[in-house]
Design a protein around this ligand. Structure first.
Ligand code: SF4
Length: 226
C-alpha cells in the first residue's frame, strides 16, 4: 500500500465552490511543479517554507483518520495532488465509505477514482483536455481586471453548463477593479459564471484544527518568488 508525502491533514469545512460550508476532511499533499506567482499553499513546494522532514503516511492511515473525523467527504488537495498516483489513497478512502473530492490545476493525468473535481486552471501549466472534459466545476482565479476575459478566451468552449467560479486572488480581495470585474461579468453573462470567495479564510476555519499549518503567507509573496 502506498505512502504519501503529507503537508497537513485537518477537519474543517469546504470553503468554496458547490460544496461550500459542508464538513470536510482535508488531505494536503506535498509537491507542485507549477509555481504560481501568488500560490497560497507555497508551504507545499517553496524552499523557504518546506520543512526539512516531510512525513510520509500510508493510504490506510489517512483514510482511517478521515473516517474518524466524522466528515461528510474528503478533499484531496495540495500543492498539486495529481503529481502523485492517487489510486491507493482513493481506494482506501472509498473503503471507509467516504466520497472524494479533488482540487487540481488539471495539468496532469488524474490517477485515482474521485467523485468530484474542482479544476482551477493556471497559466503556467495549462489543463489537459481529458481533465477539462471531466471536471465537475471550474475555479478561475481573478488576478486583475483582465483575468476573466483571458480565461474565457482560452477555455470558454469547455465550460458548458458546469459552474465557473470567479474568485478574487486572495491578495487582491480588496482590489476594487478585481471585485468589480467579477460582479460585472456575472451580471452581464449569468450562468455558468458565479462570483466566489474563499470563505474559510474569513472564518479562519482551517486553523481551528490542530492538524492545520499556517506555514506560508496566504496570497503569496512575489518578493520571495511565489
Ligand atoms: S496555486 Fe496550485 S498550481 Fe499554483 S503553485 Fe500553488 S499549488 Fe501549484
Amino acid at each position: 500500500m502506498s505512502t504519501y508525502p503529507i503537508h497537513e491533514t485537518f477537519h474543517s469545512w469546504q470553503g468554496e465552490g458547490m460544496h461550500l460550508g459542508r464538513s470536510a476532511y482535508f488531505i494536503r499533499l506535498f509537491g507542485c511543479p507549477v509555481h504560481c506567482p501568488w500560490c497560497d499553499s507555497a508551504g507545499t513546494w517553496h524552499a523557504d517554507f518546506k520543512p526539512k522532514n516531510i512525513q510520509r503516511v500510508s493510504a490506510l492511515s489517512l483514510a482511517s483518520k478521515a473516517a474518524q473525523s466524522g466528515c461528510e467527504f474528503v478533499v484531496i488537495t495540495g500543492g498539486e495532488p495529481t503529481v502523485h498516483d492517487l489510486k491507493d489513497l482513493t481506494s482506501a478512502i472509498r473503503a471507509e465509505g467516504l466520497s472524494i473530492h479533488l482540487e487540481t490545476c488539471g495539468a496532469f493525468p488524474i490517477k485515482g477514482n474521485v467523485d468530484w473535481v474542482t479544476l482551477s486552471p493556471k497559466w503556467a501549466a495549462r489543463p489537459l483536455e481529458q481533465n477539462l472534459a471531466t471536471a465537475s466545476e471550474f475555479k478561475i482565479i481573478v488576478e486583475d481586471a483582465t483575468s476573466i476575459e483571458r480565461w474565457v478566451t482560452e477555455l470558454g468552449p469547455y465550460f458548458g453548463e458546469r459552474p465557473v467560479w470567479l474568485h478574487p486572488e486572495w491578495s487582491q480581495r480588496s482590489n476594487n477593479d478585481v471585485l468589480c470585474s467579477i460582479t460585472n461579468y456575472v451580471k452581464k453573462h449569468g450562468a455558468p459564471f458565479r462570483a466566489g470567495f474563499q470563505m474559510h479564510k474569513l472564518f479562519k476555519a482551517d486553523l481551528l484544527d490542530s492538524g492545520s499549518l499556517d506555514s506560508a503567507p496566504l496570497g503569496g509573496n512575489p518578493s520571495l518568488g511565489f
